[in-house]
Design a protein around this ligand. Sequence first.
Ligand SMILES: Cc1cc2nc3c(=O)[nH]c(=O)nc-3n(C[C@H](O)[C@H](O)[C@H](O)COP(=O)(O)O)c2cc1C
Length: 176
Amino acid sequence: MPSGAEYLDFLTGQRQTRDFTSDPVSDDDLGAVLETMRWTGSASNRQPWQFLVVRDPETIAKLAKATMFTFWLPKAPIVIVVLTAGSDRYAHAYDLGRVDERILLASQALGLGAGIVTFGSDSAQRIAHEALQVPGDWSVYSAVAIGHPAETARPAKLGGRKPLDELVHWDRFTRS
Ligand SMILES: Cc1cc2nc3c(=O)[nH]c(=O)nc-3n(C[C@H](O)[C@H](O)[C@H](O)COP(=O)(O)O)c2cc1C
């Protein structure tokens, strides 16, 4: 078991991967990622999701056309899409974000890389729905690509994070 400090380093060291080798992800690793996703908590334990595992390169290529930020998806051997259904969009967005984060962290724990994409606009959602052949009552808001990170995989250009003194308020919120 990692120590608490090692585990926190693992969490803060998680970076978006957008470049992958051609090595396949093993069935064991994929199964472990899916099992980790399955255990994600949700409001009232409703688990309002289905997991769509996309391995077909043609489908991934179609999905990559959804936005200008999804072009790199075809480098990944697997793209996992968490589909959500129902009318409470905010609650489901929250649940969905939790599952996507677990894909990132489970992948990292296995020595894989992973990266999120989102299909925020109406046109992106339409392209994603068509590419994945998902019925309209299931929402396709995001996807997470997983694979073995390429040597050339680099942190995002902007990288880094805001310092805590720009983020944290003590006892009451004050505008800076
Ligand atoms: C909600 C959300 C949507 C994102 N959408 C995209 C995307 O469409 N394409 C992409 O390349 N990265 C996307 N990212 C990844 C972010 O760019 C990345 O998390 C951020 O730049 C920090 O990168 P780092 O952890 O490597 O420093 C998204 C991340 C989140 C949380």
